[in-house]
Design a protein around this ligand. Structure first.
Ligand code: IPE
Ligand code: IPE
Ligand code: MG
Length: 254
């Protein structure tokens, strides 16, 4: 292939994903392999979140979505659930001012109903304070489940039909996308999962239709800027075709 059109030879920045999603997995196993309690893995996981947000911002990634708590995670022992919620609260309390200073815009996706009032207030505050920031958009998927998200979109559309505001025959994929929690956010170009597991675990099912996947063997507490770069390099070597025949990378350099 001609080096000018070969996407593998293009400068890294031209193939930077706009939106990276991360399934942050392996905190418990990281801790267990060091004979530490699981919560220690989650604590160290927060450090990895800090590193990753900084690295993503420095690289010029526009959207970073971090899967921090799934609806299914409520099935864990109550003390682990409260550790995880406590760590999210601490993260927002401690880091929000720094994130704001760095122009990070925070958005939280997931179900708010059933969460404690102080947590809901914190999530609202993080979004409100950073609403007009122009840097990285940090999307935190908390109490999130993609099937619930799609069901919620279906319900919202059904209500519009019932109210006579929408013709059911006119409903298409864009209408569904516009009613997802991620409305206004481009689909993830790259989804990374740590810890060696190779599954989505109910993360962004609709939005991941054409995402590239990179599965890494390291556990989430070990993730850092170098690991992100490695995933980005792998992403840069992929040829995205979107069902067509010619690589868009090769065509447009984007
Ligand atoms: C990721 O680590 C954190 C959450 C899922 C909330 P895990 O807690 O799933 O760690 P493993 O998979 O048990 O090692
Ligand atoms: C997915 O990890 C959820 C988050 C990272 C928040 P899990 O550890 O809950 O997923 P499974 O149970 O291994 O599929
Ligand atoms: Mg896990």
């Amino acid at each position: 292939m001609n080096p000018v059109t070969d996407p593998r030879k293009m400068p890294e920045t031209q193939r930077l994903p706009r939106h990276v999603g991360i399934i942050m997995d392996g905190n418990g196993r990281w801790a267990a392999s060091r004979s530490l309690p699981r919560v220690e893995g989650h604590r160290r996981g927060v450090e990895a979140v800090r590193r990753t947000v900084r690295a993503a911002g420095d690289l010029g990634i526009e959207f970073l979505t971090l899967y921090s708590f799934s609806i299914e995670n409520w099935s864990r022992p109550p003390n682990e659930v409260s550790d995880l919620i406590g760590l999210l609260k601490r993260f927002i309390r401690i880091d929000l001012a720094d994130l704001h200073r760095s122009q990070v815009r925070v958005r939280i996706i997931g179900i708010r109903e059933g969460l404690s009032a102080d947590l809901v207030n914190l999530l609202d505050e993080a979004e409100e304070l950073t609403r007009h920031n122009k840097g990285l958009t940090l999307v935190i998927a908390f109490n999130y489940g993609a099937r619930q998200e799609i069901a919620d979109a279906a319900r919202a559309l059904a209500k519009k039909v019932q109210a006579g505001l929408l013709d059911p025959d006119a409903i298409g994929p864009d209408d569904i996308a516009a009613h997802l929690y991620t409305s206004g956010i481009p689909d993830p170009d790259l989804i990374i999962r740590t810890s060696g597991e190779q599954r989505l675990s109910n993360f962004l099912l609709w939005q991941a239709a054409y995402s590239e996947f990179v599965f890494m063997p390291i556990h989430w507490p070990e993730f850092d800027a170098a690991a992100l770069q490695e995933a980005l390099r792998e992403y840069g070597s992929r040829e995205r075709r979107f069902g067509g025949l010619v690589s868009r990378n090769a065509m447009t350099g984007s």
